[in-house]
Design a protein around this ligand. Structure first.
Ligand code: RIB
Ligand code: CA
Length: 321
């Protein structure tokens, strides 16, 4: 993914999304990289489940991949009251971008059932990357605990381990929305699970300077990225766009992109004053919490894959979103 290892992970991949803006950009990256995408499952997070599912169908159709099945998942967290992020992603979840409606319908099988089915069918080989609250994975884990050894690799975009959260000072959004699901996932005995938290995603930022250089008329993936990010850079006047979900996809395709340490991870429940806070302790097994990332190389290659004008990768912005 970063030139150091040109071969991407071609194992079968399931992507779990709450399609909002950066989920859509992450899907564009996965498609652009030629990932072996079995299907996409949707979960309530940034936007309600029906919006996340609609957006996912339309983004995949825009990318010419309406062959990839979309499986609707959980409409609300396990315990907590559902809370969206439409103030960030806009009412339609895509920053106001109005995509043509896909001709494809959502698949009949529900999201958690598709994760279970894919784990069994591709036992020992499946990679699952989650880009939203962990509700679907927790449900699948509850119903078929054996997925912990069937799924070869789990990559989670979630958590704030050594820096403040983005939805409260304590909590990152995906964990905050469904802390009970996150706790169940983080405590399960996976063979290989990597947590891509704000600690590293705050280093992978698409600069406003680079965004402004994307041609207006480009109707390919670059045009999609430009349209999706317009709200962040204009209405919200941010100076950078955090590539949260795209980085998690990058890690799923190239585990060497980040370095980390094995930890036990405690999650504050939805009833706690610090709901969704993640606290780590050193461990000799358990989730690998990403602490370092080849940020400049990732952003540069992200730009290359999506056909953005290549610029020096920028990182360390103060008020990105
Ligand atoms: O905290 C960032 C995460 O929350 C991203 O996955 C974003 O899409 C939102 O779901
Ligand atoms: Ca997301």
């Amino acid at each position: 993914m970063t030139g150091r290892n040109a071969d991407i992970n071609k194992s079968p991949l399931v992507i779990d999304v709450d399609t909002g803006i950066d989920d859509a950009v992450a899907l564009a990256l996965a498609v652009g990289k030629g990932a072996n995408i079995l299907g996409v499952t949707t979960v309530a997070g940034n936007v309600p489940i029906e919006v996340a599912t609609r957006n996912t169908l339309d983004v995949l159709s825009y990318l010419g991949r309406d062959d990839i099945p979309v499986h609707r998942g959980a409409s609300r967290p396990l315990v907590a009251e559902y809370q969206d992020a439409t103030h960030v992603h806009g009412g339609n979840g895509l920053g106001g971008v109005d995509l043509a409606k896909s001709g494809a319908d959502e698949a009949a099988l529900a999201g958690p059932a598709f994760i279970i089915q894919s784990a069994a069918k591709h036992a020992g080989d499946l990679t699952l990357v989650t880009l939203g609250p962990l509700t679907n994975l927790a449900i699948a884990l509850n119903v078929r605990p054996e997925i912990t050894y069937q799924i070869r690799r789990v990559v989670v975009m979630g958590g704030a381990f050594s820096l403040p959260g983005n939805v409260t000072p304590h909590s990152e959004f995906n964990v905050y929305v469904d802390p009970e699901a996150a706790r169940q996932v983080f405590e399960a005995d996976w063979g290989d699970i990597t947590l891509v938290g704000l600690d590293v995603t705050h280093q992978t930022v698409l600069s406003r300077e680079l965004w402004e250089r994307i041609p207006e008329m480009n109707d390919g993936p670059a045009g999609l990225v430009r349209g999706l990010m317009a709200r962040t850079f204009t209405e919200r006047a941010m100076s950078g766009f955090y590539l949260h979900d795209p980085l998690a996809v990058g890690v799923a395709l190239d585990l060497d992109l980040v370095q980390g340490t094995f930890c036990s991870v405690a999650v504050e429940s939805s009833a706690s004053a610090t709901r969704g806070e993640t606290t780590v302790a050193a461990a000799d097994r358990g989730p690998r919490v990403a602490t370092r990332v080849h940020a400049a190389a990732f952003v540069a290659e992200f730009g290359a894959v999506l056909g953005l004008p290549i610029a020096d990768a920028a990182s360390g912005f103060e008020n990105a979103e």
